[in-house]
Design a protein around this ligand. Structure first.
Ligand SMILES: NC(=O)NCCC(=O)O
Ligand SMILES: [Zn+2]
Ligand SMILES: [Zn+2]
Length: 484
C-alpha cells in the first residue's frame, strides 16, 4: 500500500521546494507535483524533512551502579514522538570483556526498538584481543565508529597510549574514533578536593568539570588523531574551550567534527544553583551545563559550520536513581534525557529565533551525521531511493514540555515548562506512520539495525593526504664514510 505526503514544502540540507512525496515498501519512490497514493497524509502548511538522527543515546546503559531507565523500547518510542527516526547507541564492553561478546548483549536488548538504530563500539580497555576484534566489528557487524572515554577514571577511561593505539587501528580499518573529551585525572582530583571541603551537592559536579578539562582533552585527542592519521568526532562539545580547539583544527586542515547537545545549547549552569537538590541532581551530566558565553559559542559554531551535529546524549535516570548521590555528588548517575525534545527545542530556539535556517536545522539534526556515519542517502535525505524516515513538521503547532505528557519513562523532564513551537504532524519510520499529531502508533520490533560501511569519503581523503605527506627517507648518493 502506497502513501503520499501531499501539499507540503520539502526542506533538505540544501533545497527548499514544494512537492509531494510518494512512499512504497518503506522507501521514497517518487517526488513531484500532484502525486497520488493509497493513503494521503496532508502536509498543508508543513515542512517535509528527513527524520532526525540522534547519534548519541544510551538506552539501558549500565553506568555508575545502575542502568539508565529508558531502554530500546521506551527510548526509541520517545525518539519517534519528537521526530527522530534513527538513534545510535554505544556498545560498552566492561574492561576485560570482548567486543563481540558485548555486541551480543546489545543485540539482545535492542530487539524492541521502534525506530532504526545502530551502535558505536566503545574501546574501554586495550589488548591483542581488542585489536583483532575491531576488524570483525567493522567488517562483519557494520560498525564504523569507536568511542573512547577520556574521563570516568577507574571505570570507562582509557589513557593516551591506548587512545593512540586504537586511533591507529581505526585508521587502518577506515573507521572513525569518537571521544568523550574531559581530562579524567584532573576531574578525579577536583572531585576529591570538593568532597574534602564538604562541597558534596550537585553543583560541585559542575565545579569539578570546568571548561578547561574539556578544552585540554579535546585538543589532546585532536592532536593524537592527527598523528594517527584518522578523522575525529568529539561528542558533547559543551564549551568555547573545546569548540575553539575544534575550530582551530578544522581551519588547519584537520578532519574533526564537534557535536553540541541541545541541552547545552538551551539550559545553563544556573540550574545547579537551584535550592531543590532533586532539581539540580536531575541535570547532572558530563560535561555539565555552562554559562551564556559558552552557549553563544555553540550556536555560532553551528551557524558558521565549525560544529556539525546536534545530539542529546539521552541517558535518562529517574529521581530515585539520582538520589544514589545524596551526600556525595560523585555518585549521582551522570546523564539527562532529551531525545524526544531535541527537534522541537532546536526548531524553537534555533529556527524560531533566526539562529538557524530550516536547511541548517536539517543539516545538523540529520544530514550531516548521516554523511559522517556513511549512511547517506539511505538516511538523512528526502530523495528517491532513500528510506522513508520522514518528519512532517507543523511550524504552528505548539506545546509546553511536561513530564506528565512525555513518552520517556522517567519522572521528570529537564526542559519542563519550556514552550516549543514547531512539532511533528506526522513521523514516518521506514514508511510506517508512527506519530499523528502527538498520537504514537509505533511498534516495538519495527526498528532495524543499520549497518555502516567503513572507509567513507573523509577517511579516504585523509588517508590519501597522509600517504602523500608522510615522512620519507631521503635517498642520497655519495654518503660520506662514518666518522668512527
Ligand atoms: N553524559 C553523561 O553524563 N552520561 C552519559 C555517558 C556519557 O556520555 O558520558
Ligand atoms: Zn560522554
Ligand atoms: Zn554519552
Amino acid at each position: 500500500m502506497t502513501k503520499v505526503i501531499k501539499n507540503g514544502t520539502i526542506v533538505t540540507a540544501d533545497l527548499t521546494y514544494e512537492a509531494d512525496v510518494l512512499v512504497d515498501g518503506g522507501k521514497i519512490v517518487e517526488i513531484g507535483k500532484d502525486l497520488t497514493g493509497d493513503e494521503v497524509l496532508d502536509a498543508t502548511g508543513c515542512y517535509v524533512m528527513p527524520g532526525g538522527i540522534d547519534p548519541h543515546v544510551h538506552l539501558e546503559m549500565p553506568f555508575m551502579g545502575t542502568y539508565s531507565t529508558d531502554d530500546f523500547d521506551t527510548g526509541t518510542r520517545a525518539a519517534l514522538a519528537g521526530g527522530t527516526t534513527m538513534v545510535v547507541d554505544f556498545c560498552l564492553p566492561q574492561p576485560g570483556q570482548g567486543l563481540l561478546d558485548a555486541i551480543q548483549m546489545w543485540d539482545n536488548k535492542s530487539t524492541r526498538a521502534h525506530c532504526d538504530f545502530s551502535f558505536h563500539m566503545a574501546i574501554t580497555w586495550w589488548s591483542e584481543q581488542v585489536f583483532k576484534e575491531m576488524e570483525t566489528v567493522v567488517k562483519d557487524r557494520g560498525i564504523n565508529t569507536f568511542k573512547h572515554f577520556m574521563a570516568y577514571k577507574g571505570a570507562l577511561m582509557v589513557n593516551d597510549d591506548e587512545l593512540y593505539a586504537s586511533f591507529q587501528r581505526c585508521a587502518e580499518l577506515g573507521a572513525i574514533p569518537m571521544v568523550h573529551a574531559e581530562n579524567g585525572d584532573v576531574v578525579a582530583e577536583l572531585q576529591q578536593k570538593f568532597m574534602a571541603e564538604g562541597n558534596d551537592g550537585p553543583e560541585a559536579h559542575a565545579y569539578s568539570r570546568p571548561p578547561e578539562v574539556e578544552g585540554e582533552a579535546t585538543n589532546r585527542a585532536i592532536m593524537i588523531a592527527d598523528m594517527a592519521g584518522v578523522p575525529l568526532y568529539v561528542v558533547h562539545t559543551s564549551c568555547e574551550e573545546s569548540h575553539e580547539a575544534i575550530r582551530r583544527a578544522r581551519m588547519n586542515g584537520k578532519r574533526v567534527w564537534g557535536e553540541p547537545l541541545v541541552q547545552h545549547l538551551t539550559l545553563d549552569e544556573s540550574e545547579y544553583a537551584n535550592p531543590d537538590w532533586d532539581h539540580a541532581a536531575r541535570r547532572v551530566m558530563s560535561p555539565p551545563f555552562r554559562n551564556k558565553k559558552h552557549q553563544d559559542s555553540l550556536w555560532n559554531g553551528l551557524q558558521g559550520g565549525s560544529l556539525s551535529v546536534v545530539a542529546t546524549d539521552h541517558c535518562a535516570f529517574t529521581t530515585e536513581q539520582k538520589r544514589y548521590g545524596v551526600g556525595d555528588f560523585t555518585k549521582i548517575p551522570n546523564g539527562t534525557g532529551g531525545v524526544e525534545d531535541r527537534l522541537p527545542m532546536l526548531w524553537t530556539y534555533g529556527v524560531g529565533t533566526g539562529r538557524l535556517t530550516p536547511q541548517e536545522f536539517v543539516a545538523v539534526t540529520s544530514t550531516n551525521i548521516a554523511k559522517i556515519l556513511n549512511v547517506y542517502p539511505k538516511k538523512g535525505a528526502i530523495l528517491v531511493g532513500a528510506d522513508a524516515d520522514i518528519v512532517v513538521l507543523d511550524p504552528e503547532k505548539e506545546k509546553t514540555i511536561s513530564a506528565e505528557t512525555q513518552a520517556s519513562a522517567i519522572d521528570y523532564n529537564v526542559f519542563e515548562g519550556k514552550h516549543v513551537k514547531g512539532l511533528p504532524r506526522y513521523v514516518l519510520t521506514r514508511g510506517m506512520v508512527a506519530v499523528t499529531d502527538g498520537e504514537i502508533t509505533s511498534e516495538p520490533g519495527h526498528g532495524e539495525f543499520v549497518k555502516r560501511d567503513p572507509a567513507g569519503p573523509v577517511n579516504k581523503a585523509l588517508s590519501s593526504w597522509k600517504e602523500l605527506t608522510a615522512p620519507r627517507k631521503v635517498e642520497r648518493t655519495g654518503i660520506p664514510a662514518s666518522g668512527v
